[in-house]
Design a protein. Structure first.
Lengths: 180, 1107
């Protein structure tokens, strides 16, 4: 089961947080600070799973942005590890479809954190991970939509949908209706 | 960073400005104007450089927001933006509760996107029990009925995220309808909502179980997948109820693996990996301990395994391998070089996983290498959890596969010195037990013991070396018991060394007790010893009363060598001691005493009562239980210092206490006796096991060199020109992986079988060890100091204790068979049951690695007594006579247009009162309103089951109250009833409300003395050890949590022990004794009511889980 889902930048600033069990607000900030400290202390050669207190952290780094997921031991680390990437791919697809920004950015190789290999089809992820930009920018400006996407994928700490078309369908409808 | 931001910002106007002509309606992604308020906030946030700046910024922002959200002119579109800004504030850690109500409003009033953001904000801001949540219910109901699918979707999403439990009935029928909806997404989300309901109120969805089945068979994959979440939970609770579905799950998995799903379910060309995992989880649960069901799965599992590519991520590969290896050790051979590399990996987490893997492939031939690797890791490790985990594993491997005595003792020495005092107490216990019981071969046993003695002597030779207390205890026991085996050594030397230890400051008083025992045992074998005399003299004046006691005992024993020799026979730690429980040998003495005018014997509790009535003197009576609690395996440390704590007071000559002391000793004897007689079985087992154990010894070196499996040879031939380093690794590989794989078992046929067999026996032994070791270990330490029993006030109790132990053993032995065959053996002779167990391990039990987890923890608490429901109007207030008592929140129970019923519980001292308020919302008076409760199984409602209001005036309210009592003890129960009234037509409203056991529990004030007295008089008891999370820390925190939630009265807390008392209304007392030890909380309940301890324990568990 997933306990929380975080997007944090290298400076330790939270860019998105979603908790699947109630945590007091002031405890959240403390937790997030510790979590990112843990992730930052690890080199790229180290593996992406950390045992932390009574739960585990699964994280991936995309340029300066960390996506960190806290899970309990009933959850499969690898499932979550790939979930993170799936999530990023969904974001990418969403923004690339609605946005024109990425065209303006060159197709730079994603900053690979060496434990996985992105396929060629993913190169336009670079939109997010352009080292020139604060990678969390598009996320920050669309915080509500990123949350909506995440809500389609994870509910009550369970992975409920991983099919990209299905994840995005409700949001596309919303956008379309808002437009008209 | 600031540099990056600056550049970003400079780029922004170009990017954002073009697309955003002042934030058009709704606004697509990225349409937030950089110049808008939100844009400004984001800009400021990214530019933040200190916490102080952040505080200032957010405070300012909150002030602005407060003004904006409450301004009547604020449009919904602006409100939506405000919500996002609020989300930012909260995300940065600044509570912004002023906006919560506006989030609800936005969800209510907004157009689609605004509504969605409103719902989103609600789900982010509010928690499960937030009172505002009730205001959302109407909106949800409305949206569920909407013709716009998007709105229905949103409503379903929010319901499956957060919904008040009490309001489920309001939406349940609507959601059930959606299960038949033509659109996949609606059906899927409806199932997700039902899953949420199942989590928070499983009873409420019980009636739609057949609809879950329909969802499982849905033509759409998504709907089916959603239903799996529900099934996983249900199967977790009760696997046997869903065995019939195994074939369905298997066929689904077959289709998934076979690529029958639509292509967009693939993830990087793997068909729906998450779905596969979920299915495997379910199959694992279904197949656990059930070979017949497992049989159905083998095919598809094989298929999934073959199709699954080993991932690049190294740990994952390792993890997968770890599980897979249990099924097929050959796989480890294929990846041996990877594994070797992982051993030297800089990341400690990967290293540990590797060790975990190696642990699973350990056999008699590679044990030395693998254990060495583990010890290396252990020495570097600082983390307590790792140490506990690894020492346990090493000890297990050593015990199973030790090739020779020397290695066995040396390795255990290393474990004891590194594992120190954090390792599991079973480790020294098992070790000593093994040493004491020995094997079939008397000579072999002696050699082992002799070697142990010698090695400890040489360790103690060095002065000023620090050893952990546990290790010192082990050493002193072994020396005391077996030092006679050294023929040429001078016992004087050994005693000198022990004496030196006694004077060290780092040695705890518990360890000193062990050392004294050893000295006593040894001196019984010597005619006289200067050191002993010196020691007696030294400690006779010690300030430590325990030590003084020991010294005196030793002194008196030394004066009567004959008696001493009788008391300490050579090598008799495993012999039975017969106890004359009736103490018939004292009859003459008693008769004589009586004839000389001595007072007749008074039973223990009588004496205590008299004492209590006499005066308020300090009580040294430890309410007679703390020293008997060592029957539980983990709960005995800290208690070995045999009864020393209470003995201290004996020294002052308080003769009344003597009885108590003897009771303690007696008890131990009683336990011991049982252990001796019935516990003999494992010992015999052990003996037969020894034969096998020694067999692999001579072969080991030869095998390592020559018997290399074909796959290994191949790999060696392939890489002829290996670098030196590579060769080293290869060599390591061959030592590690020797004895694995099917081919090796051909040449080692006989041996492989033996190993399996040995394992079976061993695991049996260790099963029983757990339960018995504690008591036996204890006895070994304390026995010498037990004066002969002469009174038996508590004899009866001892035997009860014995029975208890015996029962536990029976239940253990039934599981042994299974356990034994589950051994992850490396040979091919894995039985079906074994395989089946492994299957379930495969996916499910990471718990074996990260023990003691409970997913329930993350579920919303289901039993919170103060339920939050529709807030009642403020005018509601309790009747005067109840106003001063604690009560639950007044909430709505049921309502119609005309009438609303509110209720609350009032917890008075003598009963639990149910107060009902009936409000007439209409403009005309209501006549003949009748409120009737159904008679409930567990509860009794006083006076009558009904309540009659002849008339309720328009817009006014009536109340009635009922006293509820728990008739049959249960943890939770439902009271249901109905209210009917007549206005134009007859209307009938049904309602139900929940009472839990804690509603009927009240604190019971008493003194420690009273507690002790009551404790002895109760016969129904329940014991349980609970794990405490680190945050629960100390005993007082845990007890306070229990006090608050369960209304216990804490009688006293002394150190790591505490006692508390409560009563079940009207006056059934229940006593609790608890003790903390190494993150476990040992709870012991006693009561005069048989069902009460059990139910209270359950409540305590819940409290501890929630905390």
């Amino acid at each position: 089961m997933i306990k929380f889902f975080l997007m944090v930048n290298k400076q330790g600033q939270t860019r998105l947080s979603r908790y699947y069990e109630h945590v007091e607000i002031h405890k959240r900030t403390m937790l997030e600070a510790e979590v990112i400290k843990n992730c930052l202390s690890r080199s790229k050669e180290q593996c992406s799973f950390i045992e932390y207190k009574d739960f585990k952290l699964v994280y991936r780094q995309y340029a300066a942005l960390f996506i960190v997921v806290g899970i309990n031991e009933t959850e499969n680390e690898m499932a979550v590890y790939e979930l993170i990437h799936n999530f990023v791919e969904v974001l990418d697809r969403y923004f690339s479809r609605v946005e024109k920004w990425y065209v303006m950015l060159n197709d730079q190789e994603v900053n690979d954190n060496s434990h996985y290999h992105l396929t060629k089809t993913n190169t336009h992820l670079s939109f997010f991970f352009q080292s020139e930009l604060d990678v969390s920018f598009p996320i920050m400006f669309n915080l509500d939509r990123v949350h909506i996407i995440l809500d389609e994928m994870v509910l009550n700490g369970c992975i409920v949908e991983t099919n990209k078309n299905r994840i995005l369908a409700p949001l596309f409808v919303l956008d379309k209706m808002a437009e008209s | 960073m600031s540099d990056v931001v600056e550049r970003t910002l400079s780029a922004l106007p170009g990017l954002l400005g073009q697309q955003d002509p002042g934030a058009g309606p709704g606004g697509g992604p990225g349409r937030v104007s950089a110049t808008s308020r939100l844009g400004g906030l984001i800009r400021s946030i990214t530019a933040l450089s200190s916490k102080h700046e952040e505080e200032k910024l957010i405070q300012q922002e909150q002030t602005n927001l407060k003004a904006t959200v409450s301004a009547p002119t604020t449009t919904l579109r602006l409100m939506k933006e405000c919500m996002v800004r609020l989300i930012y504030c909260e995300m940065l850690g600044y509570e912004s509760s002023f906006g919560y109500i506006h989030a609800i409003k936005l969800a209510q009033q907004g157009n689609l996107l605004e509504k969605r953001v409103g719902y989103l904000a609600v789900s982010l801001f509010l928690h499960e029990n937030h009172e505002l949540l009730l205001l959302l219910v109407n909106t949800v109901v409305k949206d569920l009925q909407s013709t716009n699918l998007v709105e229905v979707c949103m409503a379903l999403t929010v319901v499956s995220q957060i919904f008040p439990r009490e309001m489920i009935p309001a939406v349940l029928p609507l959601i059930e309808d959606k299960l038949q909806h033509s659109k996949e997404i609606i059906r899927r989300k409806a199932v997700q909502a039902l899953y949420k309901f199942y989590l928070i109120a499983p009873n409420q969805v019980q009636h739609i179980h057949d609809k879950f089945r329909k969802a499982l068979c849905d033509r759409d994959v998504g709907v089916m997948a959603a239903s799996l979440h529900i099934y996983l939970q249900m199967i977790k609770k009760n696997a046997s109820g869903y065995k019939d579905l195994t074939e369905s799950f298997v066929s689904i998995l077959k289709q998934v693996v076979g690529g029958k799903l639509p292509i967009d379910f693939n993830y990087h060309s793997v068909p729906a990996p998450w779905l596969q995992i979920q299915l495997l989880r379910i199959l694992g649960l279904l197949g656990k301990d059930d070979p017949r069901t497992s049989e159905l799965m083998y095919d598809v599992l094989d298929e999934s395994l073959r199709r699954a590519e080993i991932n690049h991520n190294i740990t994952y590969g390792l993890k997968a391998l770890t599980y897979v290896i249990q099924q097929d050790p050959n796989l480890a051979l294929q990846h041996q070089m990877t594994i070797i590399e992982c051993l030297d990996h800089p990341d400690p987490i990967i290293k540990r996983e590797t060790l975990e893997l190696l642990y699973r492939i350990t056999n008699g031939q590679n044990v030395t290498v693998i254990v060495q690797k583990m010890l290396d890791y252990l020495r570097q490790s600082k983390e307590e959890y790792t140490i506990i985990n690894l020492t346990g594993k090493i000890a297990e491997l050593v015990e199973k596969y030790a090739p020779d005595n020397e290695w066995f003792i040396q390795t255990m020495n290393a474990v004891f010195s590194v594992g120190g005092d954090v390792m599991h107490p079973d480790i020294p216990n098992n070790f000593l037990r093994l040493l004491a019981e020995g094997f079939d071969d008397e000579k072999e046993d002696e050699e082992l013991r002799l070697y142990a003695v010698q090695s400890y002597l040489s360790l103690l030779e060095e002065e000023d070396t620090f050893y952990p207390q546990k290790f010192l205890q082990v050493m002193s026991w072994v020396l005391g018991e077996y030092s006679y085996l050294i023929n040429d050594g001078d016992p004087e030397v050994i005693i000198t060394r022990l004496h030196r230890l006694l004077k060290q400051t780092f040695v705890t008083s518990e360890t000193k007790a062990w050392i004294m025992t050893a000295v006593t045992k040894m001196s019984s074998r010597m005619s006289c010893s200067k050191t002993v005399d010196k020691l007696i003299q030294e400690f006779s004046t010690s300030l430590d009363t325990c030590m003084r006691q020991y010294a005196f005992e030793l002194k008196h024993l030394c004066e009567n060598k004959e008696l001493m020799k009788n008391l300490f026979p050579l090598d008799a730690s495993c012999d039975e001691i017969m106890v004359d429980a009736s103490l018939s040998f004292l009859d003459g003495f008693v008769a004589e005493g009586l004839s000389c005018g001595a007072a007749p014997y008074k039973p223990h509790h009588q004496r205590q009562e008299e004492k209590l009535s006499q005066e308020k003197a300090l009580n040294f009576e430890p309410y007679g239980l703390s020293f008997t609690s060592n029957m539980s395996s983990s709960g005995f440390t800290g208690r070995q210092s045999p009864a020393g704590l209470s003995l201290g007071s004996d020294m002052s000559g308080n003769s009344a206490e003597l009885g108590q002391k003897e009771t303690n000793c007696l008890k131990l004897d009683g336990v011991r006796k049982l252990w001796g007689k019935e516990g003999y079985l494992p010992k015999k087992e052990n003996k037969t096991g020894k034969e096998d154990k020694t067999q692999p010894v001579p072969q080991d070196s030869i095998l390592t060199a020559h018997v290399v499996d074909p796959p290994l040879m191949q790999s060696e031939q392939q890489v002829v020109s290996l670098s030196e380093e590579e060769k080293e690794k290869q060599q390591l590989a061959s030592t590690l992986f020797v004895g694995l794989g099917s081919n090796s078992t051909i040449s080692l046929m006989g041996r492989a079988d033996i190993i399996t067999q040995k394992l079976k026996k061993k695991s049996k032994i260790s099963e029983t060890q757990n339960s018995e070791e504690a008591s036996s270990f204890q006895n070994i330490a304390t026995l010498p100091f037990s004066p002969l029993p002469d009174t038996t006030p508590n004899n009866k109790e001892n035997f009860q204790g014995n029975e208890h132990l015996g029962l536990r053993k029976i239940s253990l032995s039934s599981s042994e068979v299974l356990e034994a065959s589950v051994s992850f053996e490396t040979s091919q002779s894995v039985t079906e049951v074994g395989l089946d167990e492994q299957l379930s391990n495969c996916r499910l039990s990471t718990s074996s690695l990260f023990a003691d987890s409970n997913i329930e923890v993350f579920q919303p608490p289901q039993n919170v007594p103060d339920i939050v429901a529709n807030k009642a109007p403020l005018s509601l207030c309790l009747p005067e006579e109840l106003a001063g008592h604690p009560h639950s929140e007044i909430v709505e129970l049921c309502s119609s247009d005309i009438l609303t019923v509110y209720w609350c519980k009032v917890w008075t001292d003598d009963c639990s009162r149910l107060v009902l308020f009936v409000a007439n919302n209409s403009t005309s008076p209501l006549k003949t309103v009748n409120l009737v409760f159904e008679s409930a199984e567990h509860f009794k409602i006083f006076e009558s089951l009904s309540c009659h209001f002849p008339v309720i005036e328009a817009q006014s309210m009536e109340s009635c109250q009922k006293c509820v009592q728990l008739e049959k003890v249960c943890t939770e129960g439902v009271l249901s009833g109905s209210i009917s009234y007549h206005l134009d037509t007859d209307t009938h409203l049904e309602f139900s409300l929940t009472f839990s056991l804690s509603d009927f529990i009240r604190p019971m004030k008493m003194t420690t003395e009273d507690f002790g007295r009551l404790w002895l008089s109760f016969s129904n008891d329940v014991k349980q050890n609970l794990k405490m999370s680190p945050s629960q820390g100390s005993l007082s925190i845990a007890l306070n949590a229990l006090k608050q939630k369960l209304k216990l009265h804490i009688v006293e807390i002394i150190g790591n022990e505490g006692i508390a008392a409560c009563r079940l209304l009207p006056s059934v007392p229940c006593l609790l004794h608890c003790r903390t030890h190494a993150r476990t909380l040992a709870l012991w309940f006693r009561s005069s009511c048989s069902a009460l301890p059990d139910s209270l324990l359950y409540q305590c568990q819940k409290v501890m889980e929630e905390a």
